[in-house]
Design a protein around this ligand. Structure first.
Ligand SMILES: Cc1ncc(C[n+]2csc(CCOP(=O)(O)OP(=O)(O)O)c2C)c(N)n1
Length: 556
């Protein structure tokens, strides 16, 4: 068969239900995919197509595929930064002009390899169709292996057409076993498990910090079982928000720089920290101050390179978090525990929650974001997917929205402003039966407004909640710090709007609901979540209120 048919059959056979692209690329393949029942979602920018594939992959737990022609490759590569940092298996397919066009000032084309080097685990040209099966299988395997991350195939032909037209005799199969994230579940060495169990049971003030790797491993039940056995409070990374029920007596919330005060205070007060599938990077550790650098650590990670990366005093367990925890839980058993630390942690959390109650219940106008978050908690169905943007959108939702730890999924941007709206569209494609809500600031929403048209055309029913405060709210604090205290100075760097996003939505044929009064939030959310079409809920808020601020060592 020709390369187009091979590729379409191989992708469909691997369980791919949607691909995301910008014309003009792999036209024959896309038509074949359509014939095989795979939906091709035409996006308006390559970056959005990459984000859609990212959201898709995280929910489908299989690689997400995005495509662009040669001139779109740079845009597509820029969209891979977030899945690279977020550890998502996205497979990028690009066209590249034929060898006879190289090194002679070709129109529209620069070297692709350097663009993809920083944002992929594996990137290679595909020069002939006979090489396509081997290289796609490798790109697929590499995207899923160990730490999942994007991979890239650069097809011969401006639109990949040379590869589409050539012939291959290989069967159109990527992997005889359909693999999902995590592709493998190795269990740590039994001797290491016994050693870790002994270290854990002999420590008194233990805190668990569960990370995105624990979420990817779907280790929530095992984390909770160990926490209960050890009476250990559980903090999470932002990406693992909702791994355990956020209202559980042992849940202390998100730790690090995007957090409310309790978690950092409690992690900092521990004698021993158990990191589970957690990268110990600057965000979750508040620049390696929470916990302090010489803290005693036990760490479970599928990637041996992560063990002790930032905390040298570490006992390591190399293995899949869920599979390894299942054994560790057996080894730990039900030891007698001093419940003092867990009780102290619960008091810190309860005291903080009490300070938030008036804001959560606030009836003031402009609407308080704490109130908006509380209404979202009430509105989210028990199996909803919440996709959130970076910056304040991450902090507000990660500190103020409660999740049930049993069916609800929280996806967050790994740092790129604007990621959440296209990613939420991909997430909905992967789980049409679940309700998907996107939470974004107006600054984030502006990036990919054009995808409102894609959502309407493709019938992707996402409820988009815009925290519309007419500016880059998160940056107000930083701008003031630089500009000094003169009223208004520096605000021109971060203010824009006001914009009525319901009018914007309507112009794309999408329904919008404007919310200006607190009492209007609940009916608007119910309406948007109940709809079988995309709906924009434009919530008018104020730039001024500050999101919860992380506790840092040395602070009261
Ligand atoms: C691609 C990119 N550019 C810039 C930033 C820096 N940044 C982080 S949050 C933020 C402001 C977010 O504003 P908005 O989405 O309106 O949310 P708000 O803070 O107002 O709630 C900016 C500019 C970023 N994270 N990503």
């Amino acid at each position: 068969m020709n390369g187009a048919e091979w590729l379409a059959r191989a992708l469909a056979g691997a369980g791919t239900t949607h691909v995301f692209f910008v014309e003009s690329v792999l036209r024959r393949t896309l038509l074949q995919l359509g014939d095989l029942g795979v939906t091709h979602v035409l996006a308006h920018t390559e970056k959005a197509a990459a984000y859609m594939a990212d959201g898709y992959a995280r929910i489908a737990r299989r690689p997400g595929v995005c495509m662009a022609q040669s001139v779109g490759a740079a845009n597509l590569a820029s969209g891979l930064q977030d899945p690279y940092l977020g550890r998502t298996p996205v497979i990028a397919l690009t066209g590249r002009k034929e060898p006879s066009f190289q090194h002679r000032n070709s129109y529209q084309e620069i070297l692709h390899a350097p663009l993809f080097a920083a944002v992929t685990k594996f990137s290679t040209p595909v020069d002939s169709t006979t090489e396509l099966p081997r290289l796609l299988r490798h790109a697929w395997r590499a995207a899923l292996a160990d730490t999942p991350r994007p991979t890239h195939l650069d097809f011969n032909g401006l639109q990949g057409d040379v590869i589409e037209l050539g012939q291959t005799a290989e069967p159109p199969v990527i992997d005889p076993e359909e693999r999902r994230i995590p592709a493998h579940r190795p269990v740590a060495d039994p001797a290491d498990i016994e050693r870790a169990a002994a270290v854990l049971t002999s420590a008194r003030r233990i805190v668990i910090v569960a990370g995105d790797g624990a979420a990817a491993s779907q280790a929530g039940a095992e984390v909770l079982a160990l926490a209960e056995a050890l009476d250990a409070p559980v903090a999470t990374t932002l990406g693992a928000r909702g791994l355990i029920p956020t209202r559980h007596r042992l849940s202390v919330g998100v730790a690090g720089s995007y957090s409310a005060p309790p978690a950092n205070r409690i992690v900092h007060g521990a004698d021993l920290v158990l990191f589970i599938g957690c990268d110990t990077g600057d965000q979750v550790t508040l620049n390696w101050t929470v916990p302090p650098p010489n803290t005693k650590v036990v760490q479970i990670d599928a990637d041996p390179l992560e063990i002790g990366r930032s905390y040298p005093n570490t006992t390591g367990l190399v293995g899949d978090p869920r599979a390894t925890l299942a054994r560790l839980n057996q080894a730990v058993g039900k030891p007698a525990r001093d419940t003092g630390f867990a009780e102290e942690a619960a008091r810190i959390v309860a005291d903080w929650r009490a300070t938030m109650t008036p804001l959560i219940e606030s009836d003031t106008v402009p609407i308080r974001v704490e109130r908006l978050c509380a209404e979202i908690t009430r509105a989210l169905p028990s199996d909803a997917i919440l996709v959130v943007d970076t910056g304040y959108s991450g902090i507000w939702t990660g500190t103020m929205i409660e999740l049930n730890g049993a069916g609800q999924t929280y996806l967050r941007a790994a740092g790129s402003l604007g990621w959440s709206f296209p990613a939420s569209l991909g997430a909905k494609c992967a789980a049409p039966e679940r309700k998907v809500m996107c939470f974004t600031g107006d600054g984030g929403f502006y990036y990919h407004l054009a995808e409102l048209e894609s959502a309407r055309r493709a019938g992707i029913a996402v409820a988009v909640v815009v925290n519309n405060n007419s500016g880059f709210g998160q940056n107000l604090t930083g701008v003031r710090r630089i500009a000094g205290n003169r009223p208004g100075r520096g605000e021109e760097l971060i203010r824009f709007g006001p914009t009525d996003f319901t009018a914007v939505a309507r112009s794309f044929g999408v329904r919008g609901i404007r919310v200006e009064q607190p009492g209007e939030i609940a009916p608007a959310l119910a309406d948007a979540l109940g709809a079988n079409e995309p709906v924009v809920v434009d919530v008018v808020t104020d730039l001024e209120p500050r999101a919860p601020e992380a506790w840092a060592p040395g602070r009261n």
